[in-house]
Design a protein around this ligand. Structure first.
Ligand code: NAD
Ligand code: LMR
Length: 339
């Protein structure tokens, strides 16, 4: 039998790479549409869906779509379900956990989601220690440090392969900017967004975007910054107790997963924003930061500089760092107090 590497070499770069992706929390509001989009991705040839229940049903449904991947479902009540779902995965995507209701912050999800992410990370560190881990579960500013601590304790932490998925902030900014400038959202370049993924930790750098910096008034810039920072609340309010963003998040998650897979397959110049371990503010005790990275065959290939900030953005950066530091430490402390 050919090894996985040999199989990869047999395909030309324009055809299929056999990547196996696992989705943990695959039957939820994000998990289902995300799994559908991954089923349509030709770089995915193995798609494993894991959830507390209904994973077999969702997997069987998706398996009838005539694309190249084999879909398998793993319900938590079966023996070794999580281990079997994770085994040999190249990429593990984690949208498991509870979403917000109106009046809640993402940090209010910590008490429930920290434990869920902790346990899933522990299983991933055992069954798929070399996989790229893409964390969607909120609060991302804390759940990513939780995964890092769990992997460190297991002796398999690789900062180049741990990502907080912040793509939704970036796709929102493109859409919201197009509405303000009456431009085509598919043609606008995405605004660089740094920091983290909640409220004031989300910092869109409008001064670095040609369209935003030249076409928007001061008031419009403030409106846009606020809308990107609190775009999640818009959806939570509109859904009125039925959860938070799921469909736009599935699109964002599929886009980011595709970028990671393109990087793994050796495609050049794959640049995406993501919340990763970064040296940029480590000296201030902030170990993780969202910024643009270049993706490659080993995960993060290069962390790109954040560039010049305007004086207004420097003020926002101070607010961002203060909140982010607390979120990161909360995640780290949770693991250290528990294990
Ligand atoms: P949901 O409640 O619809 O789905 C969550 C799924 O996780 C459910 O199917 C549930 O059974 C499953 N789950 C719970 N515990 C599990 C466990 N231990 N193992 C496996 N599966 C488990 O919620 P949703 O709307 O899909 O949101 C999921 C998470 O994603 C939330 O925390 C939400 O805040 C977050 N989110 C993040 C972003 C982002 O930009 N990163 C965007 C939107 C939502
Ligand atoms: C979002 O940005 O939509 C997500 O983080 C979900 C939420 O709670 O707002």
């Amino acid at each position: 039998m050919l090894s996985r590497i040999a199989v990869r070499r047999c395909f030309s770069s324009t055809t299929i790479n056999p990547y196996k992706v696992s989705v943990l929390g695959a039957c939820g509001g994000i998990g289902q549409p995300l799994s559908l989009l991954l089923k349509l991705n030709e770089k995915v040839t193995g798609l494993n869906l894991y959830d507390l229940k209904n994973a077999k049903g969702v997997a069987t449904d998706l398996s009838h779509i005539p694309t190249n991947s084999t879909v398998r479902g793993f319900n938590a009540d079966e023996p070794d379900a999580l281990h079997n779902a994770l085994k040999d995965s190249d990429v593990v995507v984690i949208p498991a956990g509870v979403p917000r209701k109106p009046g809640m912050t993402r940090d209010d999800l910590f008490n429930v989601n920290a434990g869920i992410v902790h346990d899933l990370a522990k299983a991933t560190a055992e069954a798929a220690p070399d996989a790229c881990v893409l964390v969607i579960s909120n609060p991302v500013n804390s759940t990513v440090p939780i995964v890092a601590e769990v992997f460190k304790k297991a002796g398999s932490y690789n900062p180049k392969k741990l990502f907080g998925v912040t793509t939704l902030d970036s796709i929102r900014s493109a859409r919201f900017l197009s509405e303000l400038t009456n431009t085509d959202p598919t043609k606008n370049s995405r605004i660089s967004i740094i920091g983290g993924h909640s409220g004031v930790t989300i910092l869109p750098l409008l001064s670095q975007d040609k369209l935003a910096s030249t076409k928007l008034t001061k008031e419009q810039k403030e409106t846009l910054i606020h809308r990107v920072q609190f775009g999640g609340d818009e959806v939570v309010k509109a859904k009125n107790g039925a959860g938070s963003a799921t469909l736009s998040m599935a699109q964002a998650g599929a886009q980011f997963t595709d970028a990671v897979l393109r990087g793994l397959s050796g495609e050049a110049n794959i640049v995406e924003p993501t919340f990763i371990e970064s040296p940029i503010f480590k000296h201030e005790g902030i170990e993780f930061f969202a910024q643009l990275v270049r993706l490659g065959p080993k995960g993060v290939e290069e962390i790109l500089p954040i560039g010049e900030l305007s004086s207004e953005e420097k003020v926002l950066l101070d607010q961002c760092k203060e909140a982010l530091k607390k979120n990161i430490n909360k995640g780290k402390d949770f693991v250290n107090a528990r294990d």
